[in-house]
Design a protein around this ligand. Structure first.
Ligand SMILES: [Zn+2]
Length: 136
């Protein structure tokens, strides 16, 4: 794992299990946002220098999901399932789930972040963030 790196640096930590997301809290209005943006607060319009990086626990609830069976990307393996997750901390995130299909999934399932290793072109290990569903 020593040469492992995040597939999307700046969006989540790779040294925790489960990993936290890296969001931004607005110092002016307190709004917590994910993903981070370089422009400013979408809630109150404060400038970007008012936004402070904050770790967001990767726990939430599944609000929607869809399984993709055909994808034009030649290196994209199908099927895979994407979900809309409402984090307990507030922000809503759309991300890939760890399960390939939506078999047994239900709106309201609890989910948590999980790092999934992917092979990169230079043989290093890329850690991609996905959401694992706790099926009831
Ligand atoms: Zn704000």
């Amino acid at each position: 794992m020593s040469d492992a790196r995040a597939a999307h640096p700046g969006l989540y930590r790779i040294d925790q299990n489960p990993p936290s997301l890296l969001g931004q809290r607005c110092a002016a209005c307190g709004r917590l946002a994910f993903p981070p943006n370089p422009y400013g607060c979408e809630g109150c319009g404060a400038e970007a220098d008012e936004l402070v990086t904050e770790e967001i626990p990767g726990d939430g609830e599944l609000a929607a999901f869809a399984t993709v069976h055909l994808h034009p990307g030649k290196d994209i393996e199908t099927p895979f399932t994407v979900g809309t997750v409402v984090l307990d901390a507030g922000p809503t995130v759309r991300a890939t789930l760890t399960c390939a299909t939506d078999d047994g999934l239900a709106i309201g399932n609890r989910v948590h972040t999980q790092l999934v290793p992917q092979q990169s072109e230079d043989d290093g290990e890329l850690l991609e963030l996905r959401f694992a569903v706790e099926k009831s």
